[in-house]
Design a protein around this ligand. Structure first.
Ligand SMILES: C[S@@+](CC[C@H](N)C(=O)[O-])C[C@H]1O[C@@H](n2cnc3c(N)ncnc32)[C@H](O)[C@@H]1O
Length: 217
């Protein structure tokens, strides 16, 4: 398996902080609150990266499984867990998420800044696959770039901000360059209801949104 994050992976969270301040990190953890996650809940995080969200879920006492295809990213995640003052338990799976077939097992499935990596057809396939992993009555969370909204200038600024990152990651890790996805609409098309939405601003723009959908019981 070629590791597309071999070179940029070690710097990924550091670059996120430069590009989005704390807004990206806050977006990733937005729905990891006692309101939505109880100790013992089974939480799956797809394309986990350095794992700030995984750490928060484990701190709450969730039974956390993370999946990532990049060894480089998983090494950073494991280093972050080793540094944590508590002995947080997380199941780490080094795999392509499409080969991970634990359907209807998770109380919450999280895809933070993951689906934007892919072109639309493949992204839809991954989204369906991840929704299948959610138990009936469970939740599905996407934290990612906000769908452009507001006046013409605001929408243009949001698009410019996104395309800057998309082009950098196209060259750095072969990510797809595409329009910003409208995740609430995509989630509803998968049969999910939308329960909560949190927005995170940076540089005066509505840059990031975390959306929590639920799968009917
Ligand atoms: C843009 S990064 C986001 C990382 C993390 N979720 C975050 O919010 O910082 C995308 C992540 O998805 C992982 N990834 C890409 N394709 C994957 C696949 N098919 N299966 C599992 N992980 C994958 C990459 O290795 C990378 O860690």
């Amino acid at each position: 398996m070629r590791d597309k994050y071999k070179y940029i992976g070690p710097l990924y969270d550091f670059l996120s902080s430069i590009y989005g301040g704390e807004a990206i990190h806050n977006c990733k953890r937005a729905m990891l609150t006692p309101e939505y996650v109880q100790p013992g809940d089974k939480v799956l995080i797809a394309g986990v990266g350095h794992g700030k969200d995984a750490i928060r879920a484990a701190e709450i006492g969730a039974d956390v499984t993370v999946v990532d295809i990049s060894e480089t990213m998983l090494k950073k995640l494991e280093a972050a867990f080793a540094k944590h003052p508590d002995d947080l338990k997380v199941r780490v799976v080094h795999a392509d998420i499409l080969k991970f077939e634990e359907f209807e097992r998770y109380d919450m499935v999280i895809a933070n800044f993951f689906l934007n990596v892919f072109g639309e057809d493949f992204m839809r396939k991954l989204l369906s696959h991840l929704v299948r992993c959610v138990k009936p009555g469970g939740s599905f969370v996407i934290g990612d770039f906000s769908y452009p909204s507001g006046n013409l200038l605001a929408r243009a600024a949001q698009k410019l901000y996104w395309y800057t990152a998309a082009v950098i990651f196209y060259f750095a890790s072969d990510n797809a360059v595409h329009e910003i996805y409208n995740y609430p609409v995509l989630m509803e098309a998968e049969g999910l209801g939308i329960k909560d939405t949190r927005r995170f601003s940076y540089l005066g723009m509505n840059c990031y949104t975390s959306v929590l959908g639920y799968k009917p019981a």
